[in-house]
Design a protein around this ligand. Structure first.
Ligand SMILES: Nc1ncnc2c1ncn2[C@@H]1O[C@H](COP(=O)(O)OP(=O)(O)OP(=O)(O)O)[C@@H](O)[C@H]1O
Length: 598
């Protein structure tokens, strides 16, 4: 049996919280990516990933260079063509003009073809890059200690898969080509302008500082506003998500009006900030156009003077105007490109942070495989804290005889779940030792310890798929007959067969088309099929109808036969029937009672 499948059969992670609360995209959207902390090192890491695409990148780089060179040839040819037109007007031959028009057409078409080709290739590179990152992230997630997810929250981890990866992809496909192409255009045009006329270049540069300063100022303002807009959007999403998830509670407490008022407030704020952001960003283009036009006018005036005094041709002025446009365009985009790059690197940083997280420590060399143990469990002065500064369990000691049943009782937050988390090795003890069949559980492979346990939660996690798939999750290679037998033992066969599609019934998200009792019966069937040696049962606190409750109790009795069973108990009946009751209070055993066997 695949170890991991078995483990998941239990519907566990740390073992209650992890799978249960898998929501939180609203929060993820809230985490607008802002500034990276380690810009250059993160860029370096991204570059390493891109290194796998060396051939494609070399081709793209070659194409960008060629496109840049051709783009630079354009204004030059225009200038020569303008002079050729003048010469033709003064009685020259038309052959040169035709040749130049043909060359210009070739340049324009080739530039367009190269640009389309680059776009196509770079999208491929970025998609492959994020596919690799996603794969590595997902694999990593299976190996990081659960405390990583506990401390960050599901929303945060999810956002690394969605938001952050998206941003990295956009940055690679957009910013990379803009930066490469833009740099070539700026340097190339400047060189060509200086070559054509240093004096005209000076005239063209007059507006550049103004352009750069204004672009920066407006981009900074719009950047802030867009971030605010993103934050408000995050709040709106989170509010909507929360309202939809908790719609029953909201209606039960007649809080609809309050929910609507809150929504309207956030919605209005979003509308305001969105409006401001659009207005400010709308300023950018007209202002740029004015400055660019002033620049063109300066070139035209100084060009006119130079034409009269120094005899430069109209063609040179025409070329010059072309180059100044090529020079200014990437400068206009600079603010946006920089913002895209920053958020892309910040996204990559969060992805890399997860990729660099230390994995669960490996099993010690020669670790034993725990296979079908008798099930004796000993806690010997076990202490533990999720955080070093906050101890939760203090020197817990008890012995559970193989095949016996143990009820853990005590107030909320006492540490019952934590005991089970240690037993199943979702966390390792910080003091003392836990023994299974007389051996420290840290001497066994972690996977074999986990697959020894079957866990039935109050509210079991079911995956989208058929009822059959969900039961088989406990043992993927089981036959249909085995699945039906497990369902029958779990008292689940009756309700399953009443569905028109029986075992082929598709479950919606987390089995929401089943009742809580039915979900629990399916979980029991899963555990029966997996046939684990030790059981952990989390008794339902919420009311289930008496008939289903009876089915569940009977099914649990069946699976408990001959297996050591830990029950987080809430019912008096349970406590009466078990072999040992451990009362936990503030992380200590406050009382321990053994059943007097007749
Ligand atoms: N993943 C975690 N990270 C940090 N602290 C945690 C974590 N899980 C539980 N705790 C803390 O450990 C203490 C014991 O929690 P635990 O879940 O073991 O209690 P419990 O007895 O099972 O309570 P309940 O009956 O309400 O489930 C609590 O103070 C809780 O806040």
């Amino acid at each position: 049996m695949a170890e991991q499948d078995r483990r998941e059969n239990s519907g566990s992670g740390s073992y209650r919280g992890f799978l249960r609360g898998g929501k939180g995209l609203g929060r993820s959207k809230q985490q607008a990516v802002t500034k990276p902390q380690h810009f250059w090192s993160t860029l370096g890491r991204l570059w390493c990933y891109l290194g796998r695409e060396k051939e494609q990148l070399s081709v793209i780089f070659g194409m960008v260079l060629l496109e840049g060179a051709l783009a630079l040839a354009g204004p030059y040819l225009v200038g020569v063509a303008v002079d050729a037109v003048t010469a033709y007007g003064q009685g020259g031959s038309s052959a040169r003009l035709e040749q130049l028009i043909f060359m210009l057409l070739t340049v324009y078409l080739s530039t367009a073809a190269l640009s389309a080709g680059e776009g196509w290739l770079i999208v491929g590179v970025s998609q492959r890059l994020v596919a690799v990152l996603r794969r590595e992230l997902f694999t990593k997630l299976q190996k990081v200690p659960l405390v990583y997810i506990d401390t960050r929250g599901h929303g945060d981890v999810m956002s690394r898969f969605t938001n952050d990866i998206d941003i990295v992809s956009t940055t690679v496909s957009q910013a990379a080509s803009q930066i490469m192409g833009g740099s070539i255009a700026i340097v190339g045009s400047l060189v060509m302008m200086l070559w054509l006329s240093p004096l005209l270049t000076l005239a063209a540069m007059i507006t550049v500082p103004l352009l750069v300063l204004l672009t920066k100022a407006i981009s900074r303002r719009t950047g802030q506003l867009f971030k605010e807009q993103q934050d408000q959007l995050g709040r709106l999403n989170a509010h909507a998500e929360e309202t939809i998830s908790g719609i029953e509670v909201i209606r039960a407490y007649n809080h609809e009006a309050k929910a609507i008022t809150e929504f309207n407030l956030i919605n209005d704020q979003l509308c305001q900030v969105g409006l401001k952001a659009q207005i400010w960003s709308g300023f950018l283009m007209p202002i740029m156009n004015v400055i660019n036009n002033i620049g063109f006018a300066a070139i035209a005036i100084v060009g006119g003077i130079l034409a009269v005094n120094q005899g430069i041709t109209v063609g040179v002025i025409a070329s010059f105007l072309g180059y100044s446009r090529q020079f200014v365009r990437p400068l206009n985009d600079l603010g946006n490109t920089f913002n895209t790059l920053q958020s892309g690197v910040a996204g990559a940083e969060r992805v890399i942070e997860l990729l660099d997280t230390a994995e669960e420590p490996p099993d010690p060399p020669g670790a034993a495989v725990l296979h079908k143990p008798r099930g004796e469990v000993i806690f010997d002065r076990v202490s533990f804290g999720y955080r070093p500064d906050r101890p939760i369990l203090h020197a817990i000691s008890f012995t559970a005889v193989a095949g016996s049943s143990i009820a853990l009782i005590g107030p909320t937050g006492a540490g019952k779940t934590t005991i089970v988390n240690l037993l199943t090795r979702f966390y390792d003890v910080t003091g003392g030792t836990i023994y299974i069949d007389g051996r420290d559980i840290r001497d066994y492979t972690r996977d074999s310890v986990r697959s020894t346990f079957g866990i039935v939660l109050q509210d079991t996690y079911l995956f989208s798929g058929t009822i059959r798939d969900n039961i088989r999750y406990g043992r993927p290679e089981a036959s249909d007959t085995d699945v039906a037998a497990a369902a029958a033992k779990a008292n689940a066969a009756g309700f399953i067969e009443r569905f028109p599609l029986g075992y082929e019934t598709e479950l919606t998200e987390n089995g929401s088309n089943l009742s809580q009792g039915q979900r629990q019966l399916l979980a029991i069937a899963r555990v029966i099929l997996a046939d684990p040696s030790i059981l952990v049962l989390d008794e339902a606190t919420s009311s289930i109808d008496t008939r289903t409750e009876g089915y569940i109790q009977a099914a649990l009795k069946t699976i408990m036969q001959g297996r050591t069973t830990f029950i987080i108990a809430h019912r008096l009946n349970t406590i009466r029937d078990v072999d040992m009751v451990l009362e936990i209070q503030d992380g200590r055993i406050a009382a321990q009672r053994l059943r007097q066997r007749a």
